[in-house]
Every structure is written in structure tokens, then in C-alpha cells.
Design a protein around this ligand. Sequence first.
Ligand code: FAD
Length: 447
Amino acid sequence: EGYCSPSGPIESTHCLYETVESLNTQLFPALHELVTYPFFRHYKVDLYKECPFWYENGFCMNRNCGVEAADEDEIPEKWRAAALSAVSVSPSDAEGVSSCYFKEQDFCYVEDDADQNGQYVDLTLNPERFTGYAGDSAHNVWRAIYEENCFGLSEASLSEIGSGSGATSQKSTKAELASAVVGAGGVSRSEPSGGAQVPGWGFSKLSEGWGTEMVKSPMGGEGEMCEEKRVYYRVISGLHASISIHICHEYLDQTTGEWSPNLECFISRLATHPERLSNVYFNAVLLLRAVARAAPYLEAYDISTSPIGGVEKESDRLTKAKFGEVLKLAGGEEMGKGFDEGDFFTGEDAVILKEQFKTHFRNVSRIMDCVGCDKCRLWGKLQVSGIGTALKILFELDDKALDPKVNPDLLQRSEVVALINTLHRISESLASVESFRKIYASTQLEE
Ligand code: FAD
């Protein structure tokens, strides 16, 4: 069968593996080219915010952790103008500014061209790969992120719901996090291996034992999970796994100084944990569905970097064509609906669960300020923002809101850039899995 009959919002992605892989053979090369064009490769981000949750001094001194800034001459005047015009808006006017209109619906803190403190980064100069960042600092961040997983009525007082800013729950989460992270003195995890032995980690194995990997949380426990909690967990675990795949695929052999795929790294971090791999596919399906849903809006998005009123640059013309190709692939017949957003946040507690989900995800974007390696922080922030944008498209915006004529300022440039680059990261991970399969097969032949 092509793709499955929807047996449930999560289970239905089981038989999508082949479909996603087949789509990825076209999607990855298209995305890989798209993200090199000026609109998509420039991202403004504030990398130097203080960690709001604990004292972080584990800064990575390794030069692989450094971030190269963009060439200022390549930044179009109109993006700078966004920052300048933001200065002239007084706080009391902010409500009326169109880009603030959907702030309530954001799943993460959005940084943008209008941000006064950020710096432009050229993403192509800063590939996501092995940096050497590891140990307590990295573990504390991952732990804190997994611990943002408490869902349920008991956690939410009604006064928190609808406050929008998440400020009330932010406070308690901050205190809880501080004691959980600082007090724990390291990472304690309870994590079944997922059952698979090393050989044969083809995708037939991926459907086994997924959802079984749980991270012990002093706040959440390990009991039955509602769908929303599972989605939260799978999104985070999928992001974590995707980052691990990039690390293993572009690994620095510190003795020879050479960058190359490290099969052992892939086997120990991913292949022996098939559910982690399945969560990467889950993220692919979620992001593809969001891009497909927003396709008419994205198609109409102004991706021009040419001077206003000037001649259109060749690179802009190529960007538009490639972007159109990506949107068509994401929304094509092949994928079907893949992920059905209509299956979530529908029960009695829907409003509360959605607010909690949003609060947790916003906290994750703040936890990113605690990542002690600039380059990891850059990609961490970008991908949390990309997933946050996808969640906003899927769970907050109806089709009318997604009409580019009704709502031209719905997504800020940084959200579009983050969404597409995150899809590219995940798509590249899937391509790397394929490459590891081949490497593994060749080692079997040699034996
Ligand atoms: P970690 O990956 O740190 O994992 C810790 C524990 O979490 C594991 O022991 C396991 O119990 C559990 N776990 C692991 N994967 C999963 C999963 N997918 N799902 C559920 N549980 C899981 N390093 C780089 O070299 N380059 C980068 O670009 C980079 N980016 C990073 C971005 C962020 C936001 C963070 C927090 C860290 C980043 N790191 C990066 C560090 C990297 O993720 C690892 O922490 C580091 O390589 C140490 O790996 P580890 O083997 O100790 O396990």
C-alpha cells in the first residue's frame, strides 16, 4: 500500500517511512539548493542572551563552536529598515503593529530583522556538525528540555490559561527547573534501549518499540501519555536525534583533523534506538504538513532581496523557482495528509492542553539561551523556531488567516527562514541515514 489508512494521529505515520524516503530523494536536493540563496541563508539572531534558568559558564572554547557573522554588505536595506522602524514604535503602539498581532499564537520567542540586539548570520558559513560540545552543560540543556513535558489539568491553574504570555507558569517552571537541574548533579535517565540490536536497522525496524523511550522526569513521571504529550516528546526526541545524526555524519577525527561520517557514532546514538529515528521521520511529516498547509501563503511571500523598485536579481528569480518546487513537493499527492492536525487538541481539555503545549515550547526556546556553544545555540534556536512556526501554522491558524491577501504579515521573515531551514536540517538527516545504511552495508561486504 502507498500510505496508510489513518489508524490514529501518530500511528498513521508508521507506514509513511517509505513515502517520506521516496519524497526525500527529490526534496533534499531542492532544499539543499534553496537554503543557499540570499533570502534563506541570512538569519538574524541574538546569540548572547543570558541563560534565564541557571548559571551557565560551560562555554565551549573549541573553535568549532564559533559562529561566523554574515557579510554586512549582503544584507538588503529593507531588512535593516525593519530594525530602524521598530525603534520608532512606542510600546503603547505595539499592539497595533501587524507583526505583533499574532504574538499570542506564537509557540516560541520569535527573533527577527526588527530585533535590535541580533546579528545577521550566514547559515551556509556555519554548518551544523560536530563541535565537541558535550558533558554536563549539554546534558543539562537536554534534560531541562525533556522536563518541559508535564501536561495535565493539575498543572494549570485557570488563571494561567489565556494569560498569553505564559508568565505565571514561567515562574514556577523556572524554579522547578533550577532545582531539578542544579540539584540533580548530572543526568539521571531511565531509557530502555528500544530493543533493537545493531545489524538490520533498516526502516522495517523503525516501527518497533517506538514511544517506549522515556526520559525520567521528576515533574512528569512515566505514566500514560496523552497524544499531546507524545507529540511534544516525539518532536523533541526527533530534533535531538536529528542533531545527533548531523554530528555523526560530519564528525571530526581529532587525531587526523579530518571530517567524515562516523559509523560507530551513528550506531551507538541512533541505530540501536530505532524509536529515535522514527521521531526524525515524525518531525519530517509534521514540518511537511505545515509547509503544505501554508503553501499558498508562502508562495506569495516576498522573498526578494533586490533593491525596492530596482531590477530583480538573478538569485531572487532562482529562489522563487526553487521555493515553488519545494512547496509543490511538500504539498504533493505522494505525501497525502501525512499528519492530521485536526486530530489534536480536540478533547475536553483542548484549550488548556494547547496553552500548556505553547508554554512548554516557549520555555524550550528560552532554554536554548543556556546552550554553551555558539554554533549549537544558533542551530538550536533556529530549529526550535522552525518547529514553533510549524506548530503555529498547524494548530493556531485557520485557512482564512493563511490567506496572503487577508493577512500578508502573518509570518515574519525569520519564521519563514527558520521553517524552511529546519525542514532542510531534517531532510538532510534522512539523507544521512541513507548514506549510513550504505556505509554499513559496505562494511558487511568487507567482512
Ligand atoms: P546526548 O546527545 O547529550 O544525550 C544525552 C542523553 O539523552 C542520552 O544519554 C540518552 O539517554 C538521551 N537521548 C539521546 N538522544 C535521544 C533522543 N533522540 N531521544 C530521547 N532521548 C535521547 N554537539 C555538536 O557537536 N554539534 C552541534 O551542533 C550540537 N548542537 C547541540 C544543540 C543543542 C540544543 C544541545 C543541547 C546540544 C548540542 N550539541 C551539539 C551537543 C550534543 O547534542 C550532545 O549533547 C553531545 O554530543 C554529547 O552526546 P552524548 O552522547 O553525551 O548524549
